[in-house]
Design a protein around this ligand. Sequence first.
Ligand code: FAD
Ligand code: MG
Length: 354
Amino acid sequence: MKSEKRVLSLAMVITALVATLIFSLISCAKRKYPFISGTSQLMGTEVNITIYPQNVEEDYDHYYQTALGAIEEVSTVASAYNEESELYQLNLSAGNESGYTVSYLLSDLLIKAREVYLLTDGAFDPSVAPLVSAYGFDYHPKTGEASQPYMPTQNEIDALLPLVDFGRVLLDEESGVVFLPKDMRLDLGAIAKGYAADLACSRVSYSVKGMMVDIGGDIAIYGERPDGEPWVVAIADPREPEKTFVELAITKNCGIATSGDYERYFEMDGVRYGHIIDPDTGFPAQWMVSVTVIAPNATMADGLATAIFVLGVEKGLFLINGLPDVSAIIYTEEDGRLIAHYSQNAKDFISKEK
Ligand code: FAD
Ligand code: MG
């Protein structure tokens, strides 16, 4: 009996040893690549921040808080339909001859919006706000609830089209005074999330090893993962958005944004009308299903993805192929099948495609 007992206790010692080893390996692995990540709800969508610290010993929770704070700042300033927002107040000043003085943040965001407006020959145009509201693609100022979709008549669209021309907005970069023409309204929904992701990175990137900020699919990536692996970005299947459709492997600082006809839309007589409006016609852009842009920063990627959705495949790829360091992956739909269209070197980023 005695020897049996001894064998038993030896076995127990070995099991305990193996268990500790595994545990310490896991915790060592954990300690080797510690990170902080979290999910919040802002700008009507999910915000995911992942940060790998440079110095694993320090307390790095405050990097997460600083990054989240930057996104909250943009959300407060740039919400077109929330009365407390600076952008809402700017819109109320439309027609006011003395203009409206905006904060540095909003002025910087408007300057970046103007860059994308000019680059895309007005396909990206934040002054579509009256049309966005006309289709019910805006949201309730207090609850954030999306409005009821509605198909405006041609007369209603024709009455709003003259208000759409971001080129008529005057911004004095020195003083921050913005002059908005009478009845014009701006909606920065197509660039503010990318801008917020970039701002979050810029506020902490100087002292972290790597970070990824994802605001409803508008993503900013900075630095490296400690395991040396690429950052993996999943693009949703436009027809089954809960599934991943394409995976990108990212190994450089950049921004990635996707615009789709599946985010916010309604169907009428079998036709899908999405929330991206063609500023020329006043109608929701047709024929495109999903546009993903990889650009040097998320602000540019966000605005360009929306613009290409309006421009269509040919003009969109022509624009992108003329821009250094920008790639695009476009999906259209023909007879129920998704057709992929790639810009130069877009395929270099694709690690998996359905
Ligand atoms: P993108 O393609 O990036 O943007 C499409 C959006 O841009 C459209 O929804 C429209 O608003 C606008 N747009 C349409 N056509 C054009 C065009 N040709 N040029 C320029 N812009 C165009 N949603 C809610 O439901 N509730 C909220 O409380 C809420 N709060 C928000 C607060 C902020 C600060 C921001 C920036 C957005 C908020 N949103 C909210 C989301 C917003 O309403 C848009 O749906 C969202 O930004 C669209 O982003 P996207 O990446 O899906 O599409
Ligand atoms: Mg976007």
